[in-house]
Design a protein around this ligand. Structure first.
Ligand code: PMP
Length: 406
């Protein structure tokens, strides 16, 4: 059998994976919440702080220029990573801020009765900013229903689109179900209705190559910390003409053309949307994460993650105490589940005794929890550094955990 993907070599790049938790080797199955960081990221940020750091854009001295070059290089790497132009990449503080930026900017041009189409599987980051517009501007929110196996109901989506639809904002991949939505088809349908399209790519971009031009989306938002980069940095891609039409989000230094006591003019995108000192070190870390990830075979990573998911499903096959939420064809390696008679929080805490880290709660997706008739679930999410032995350890520990509640 050929070894498609050298997981041990990858693991060796993540210092934290060497540690123990509760006397057991750490089994980190919470990467959908935030991924661990490879040495390349840690070292790039440390190197910048030790060797070449100053504020960006406004200096004439060497360190300012070097740091500006590194910051803008990170923008170029990010742009290349998603097939965008450099000026179409805005750095924010996270995926959440990227979506808020778009909602706030588009909201300025919306009127009472205008419609925004979301879905039942959205993360709160892609619900609440639009609720603000419902409260403040009187827009109407419509939600695409999710089928029992966790797919978007495309026929219902088609029916929700109409002459009043202004914005369609959907997740590319669900953080709970693992469902990967047909982004190109959704975008085409929304565009036919004349809507602006935003995709929440926080999960998808980690697991599959994304080409924003091929998708033809207007906006694409994601975060650095799930992509093996640092916290404190998010990315908003916007088509050049869309960004150019968007009013500024925050006011401050670096986002202006000129300021007088009577008036202001704004800088062109992307700087119009980067008020104040941006996340400089975080951008450098993100650039390193993208470089590092781009050096790996992403198809092999995805196959590896999928194998782990399938191995766990097989291992738990026949467990009549387990309810899995989300079984869409072609889904990513996220397993959301409930254990009969047990609260998800208790399941997560007991698994922690075995050194296994999973998330439990609503996963910031309360409408989805309601859709599936649960108040919470536990979630194991698989990443490129997880191993088959870890998948087996999870199955074993979950089976023992269940015994507490049987
Ligand atoms: N959307 C999805 C699908 C997510 O999984 C998350 C992170 N949990 C977010 C948005 C929010 O991203 P961030 O943490 O970068 O603000």
């Amino acid at each position: 059998m050929s070894v498609a993907f050298d997981v041990e070599a990858v693991r060796a790049e993540f210092p934290i994976l060497q540690r123990e938790v509760n006397g057991k080797p750490l089994v980190y199955l919470d990467s959908a919440a935030s991924a661990q960081k490879p040495r390349a990221v840690i070292e790039a940020m440390t190197r910048a702080m030790e060797h070449s750091y100053a504020n960006v854009h406004r200096g004439l001295h060497t360190l300012a220029n070097e740091t500006t070059d590194a910051y803008e290089a990170a923008r170029r790497k990010t742009a290349a990573f998603i097939g965008a132009a450099e000026t179409e990449v805005v750095f924010t503080k996270g995926g959440t801020e990227a979506i808020n930026l778009v909602a706030s900017g588009l909201g300025a041009g919306l009127h009472p009765g205008d419609e925004i189409v979301l879905s039942e599987m959205e993360h709160h980051a892609n619900i609440v900013p639009w609720h603000f517009l419902r409260e403040r501007k009187g827009v109407v929110l419509k939600f695409v229903p999710v089928t029992d196996d966790g797919q978007l109901d495309l026929e219902a989506f088609q029916r929700l689109l109409g002459p009043k639809t202004r914005v369609v904002a959907l997740s590319h991949m669900s953080n709970v179900l693992g469902t990967i939505n047909p982004a190109m088809e959704l975008t085409r349908m929304a565009h036919e209705a004349g809507a602006v399209v935003l995709l929440d790519g926080c999960q998808a971009v980690v697991h599959k190559p994304v080409d924003v031009k091929a998708l033809d989306v207007d906006f694409y938002a994601f975060s650095g910390h799930k992509l093996y980069g640092p916290t404190g940095i998010g990315i908003l891609y916007g088509k050049a003409e869309r960004l150019a039409a968007l009013p500024p989000y925050q006011g401050g230094g670096e986002m202006i053309g000129t300021v007088t006591v009577d008036e202001i003019t704004y800088a062109d995108p992307p700087h119009r949307f980067e008020a104040g000192t941006p996340p400089i070190l975080e951008a450098i870390g993100l650039g390193a994460a993208i470089d590092w990830l781009s050096g790996l075979d992403r198809t092999a990573i995805s196959a590896h993650e999928h194998r782990l998911y399938e191995r766990v499903r097989e291992g738990l096959n026949g467990a009549n105490w387990l309810k899995v939420i989300g079984d869409a064809p072609g889904k990513g390696a996220i397993l959301s589940f409930t254990v009969e008679g047990a609260h998800a929080h208790d399941v997560a805490q007991i698994l922690d005794r075995y050194g296994i880290a999973v998330r439990a709660g609503t996963h910031c997706a309360e409408p989805l929890m309601r859709r599936f008739g649960v108040t919470s679930s536990a979630r194991a999410s698989f990443a490129l550094y997880n191993t088959e032995a870890e998948a087996d350890a999870f199955v074993d520990a979950l089976t023992k955990t269940q015994a507490f509640f049987a």
